[in-house]
Design a protein around this ligand. Structure first.
Ligand code: C2E
Ligand code: MG
Ligand code: MG
Length: 588
């Protein structure tokens, strides 16, 4: 009884082939089971539709081979056309030995994926899915990726390439240098970073237009690329500044020689339209093998060397070294101290007598020369700290301190009953170009019989400036004597006579000091004196160190003499003794 019940249950549980076909009919993907004899045991309607319009022939019992021939004969598969036998054979092979998963694109452009499962007893179950949506989504994703990549490349080009020269830009140069530095230790590389700066580029750009400027920058880039081998990184850092990075395993690699040659090439004339243009160039070089120095720091060192090279005349290159590092450290220290205001208390004045050329016992004037009485470095000469003051654009502050100290000193000497020569105070070019000069002078009582001002003629070399002319007019209005200092050192010497309308010129030391030895120097002084006299200007000769020079200069018509022969600049406390000594004995 119980086994009868079990059998009934089994009968109920077992699904008939008809039901199975019906159930599978609801599955949209084609499904088929082939027996070990390669005949269909069961398949669904979706499978049958593959053979449309011959669905009726796809029924259990029909063999895989028959169906392939059906495809061939009815032209259901374009692959079979003209190769019927081979097609049927290939399909048979795939059925028996083909991979478990296959994918292809059908004639209608749809993507299919076939799962073929072979059971150990020889049954083959096949199921096929339409994966067109999946493929299209994948394709779209791929396209998007490609587009993203190409945009990224374009962005990189903009970010790392200089548009004008097509060289690397600053960012590109830093990136390339970083890569090189990363290799330095392992490959034992000496890396040289060279920064170039063009002189006169602005004038060409302003004078010949931007097209000339652009062409010139491109040409400079091309010349630099030609000057070095293809491994060198050549970049435009911005404006008229270029960078080249060189690397070598050789201990004695001729970095300097290559840089010299490249500078030679850069300073060769350049033809733009019908004009031949020429530029000056400076270079700063930083050579290091140490892998620990970052790209930025190497560039900074080359920049410091460049900065130093630019201070000198001509096409100069400079290598960063320990001495330069110390100099920069020293200047940085001075800069910080100046900014913290120490000049107000640490500035001291020295005074140098200016004597009558015909009677050197008479000292009608004295030049006021500034010194920084530094607590650690001692007495610093203006040549040491003035460039730092000027770079901070604080020359006018220092000039005011000097003027106030000089005015105070006059009062002090007068109160001591001391003879006070007319004090000649230097005015820096920066102050002459400063809007505030006139009001700063107005705030002080300046006795015009006791003070004169020295102005460097170089103030006119840079540009014509309204403020400068206005300041000069105000100085004239004040009635204070103006003297031209270092006369003869710039190309604007003669025009400065008209523009400054000085009471006196001081012929520069380089001419005066040589009059005893050089006829040319004598001629220059003679002609300068003649020119000055014809304009009613008196003449002082600077840098007189010996009797013969003093006599010659007096003979050439100079009115006053200044130099170590009569006294080196000395502090206020020692100055009365110096004057006393001068008046006590005849020197010339
Ligand atoms: P400068 O106005 O032409 O001053 C003359 C310079 O020549 C001084 O150098 C002086 O010490 C030096 N000198 C004088 N006689 C002789 C000589 O016989 N032989 C030699 N070899 N040198 C001599 P110093 O004091 O170092 O000043 C250098 C420059 O610094 C000055 O040249 C001036 O341009 C500037 N300077 C000095 N004091 C001041 C100041 O208070 N304000 C401004 N703006 N500039 C100043
Ligand atoms: Mg002077
Ligand atoms: Mg001078």
């Amino acid at each position: 009884m119980s086994s009868e019940l079990d059998d009934n249950h089994k009968a109920e549980a077992a699904v008939s082939l008809g039901d199975l076909t019906r159930f599978l009919g609801a599955v949209p993907a084609p499904f088929v089971v082939y027996g070990p004899d390669e005949k269909i045991i069961v398949c669904n309607a979706a499978y049958q539709r593959e053979y449309h319009p011959f669905e009726d022939r796809v029924v259990p019992g029909v063999s895989h081979t028959e169906l392939q021939w059906l495809k061939v004969e009815q032209g259901l598969d374009s692959d079979a056309i003209g190769r019927e036998e081979a097609f049927v054979q290939a399909e048979q092979d795939r059925h028996k030995h083909g991979p478990n998963i296959e994918e292809w694109e059908d004639d209608a452009g749809r993507f299919m994926r076939l799962f073929r499962e072979r059971l150990p007893d020889g049954h083959v179950i096949g199921m096929r899915f339409d994966i067109t949506d999946l493929r299209l989504a994948e394709r779209e994703l791929q396209d998007k990726n490609e587009r993203l990549k190409s945009t990224q490349h374009k962005l990189e080009a903009v970010a790392f390439i200089d548009d004008l020269t097509q060289l690397s830009n600053r960012r590109g140069a830093i990136r390339a240098l970083e890569t090189l530095v990363a290799r330095a230790e392992e490959e034992k590389l000496h890396i040289g970073v060279v920064l170039y700066d063009l002189n006169g580029f602005k004038q060409i750009n302003d004078g010949f237009g931007h097209a000339a400027g652009d062409a010139l920058l491109r040409e400079i880039g091309a010349r630099l690329q030609n000057a070095f081998d293809s491994d060198a990184i050549v970049a435009r850092m911005g404006g008229d500044e270029f960078l080249v990075t060189l690397a070598s395993r050789e201990d004695n690699f001729p970095f300097q020689q290559l840089v010299d040659q490249s500078m030679e090439k850069l300073s060769q004339p350049f033809v733009f339209m019908d004009f031949t243009l020429q530029l000056g160039v400076n270079a700063g070089i930083a050579i290091e093998s140490c892998a620990n120095t970052s790209a930025e720091s190497r560039i900074a060192k080359a920049d410091m060397a460049l900065h130093d090279a630019k201070k000198r005349r001509g096409n100069i290159s400079r290598q960063f070294d320990e001495k330069l590092r110390q100099k920069i450290e020293f200047e940085t220290r001075l800069r910080q101290e100046i900014l913290s205001g120490v000049l107000a208390t640490q500035t001291v004045l020295h005074f140098q007598p200016i004597v009558d050329a015909k009677d050197p016992t008479s000292v009608p004037a004295a030049e006021v020369l500034v010194r920084w009485d530094h607590p650690e470095f001692g007495l610093l000469a203006p040549g040491v700290f003035f460039p730092v003051v000027e770079a901070l654009r604080m020359a006018h502050t220092l000039d005011e301190i000097v003027l106030d100290l000089a005015l105070g000193q006059i009062t002090k000497w007068q109160s001591m009953g001391q003879h006070v020569p007319k004090l000649s105070v230097n005015i820096s070019p920066q102050r002459l170009l400063d809007d505030g000069l006139s009001s700063s002078l107005d705030q002080r009582i300046i006795p015009k019989d006791s003070v004169s001002f020295e102005i460097l003629e170089t103030v006119f070399s840079d540009r014509a400036d309204n403020t400068l002319q206005w300041n000069l007019d105000r100085l004239h209005d004040s009635g204070i004597e103006l003297h031209i200092d270092d006369y003869g050192t710039s190309h604007s010497s003669i025009s400065s006579l008209l523009l400054i309308r000085p009471k006196r010129i001081k012929i520069d030391r380089q001419f005066c000091a040589r009059v005893a030895q050089s006829k040319e120097a004598r001629d220059i002084v003679r002609l300068t004196v003649a020119l000055a006299k014809s304009l009613g200007i008196s003449v002082t000769a600077e840098g007189v160190e010996d009797f013969e020079t003093a006599e010659r200069l007096a003979g050439l018509g100079c009115d006053m003499l200044q130099g170590y022969l009569f006294g080196k600049p000395c502090p206020a406390t020692a100055f009365p003794t110096l004057l006393h000594g001068l008046s006590g004995e005849k020197i010339a």
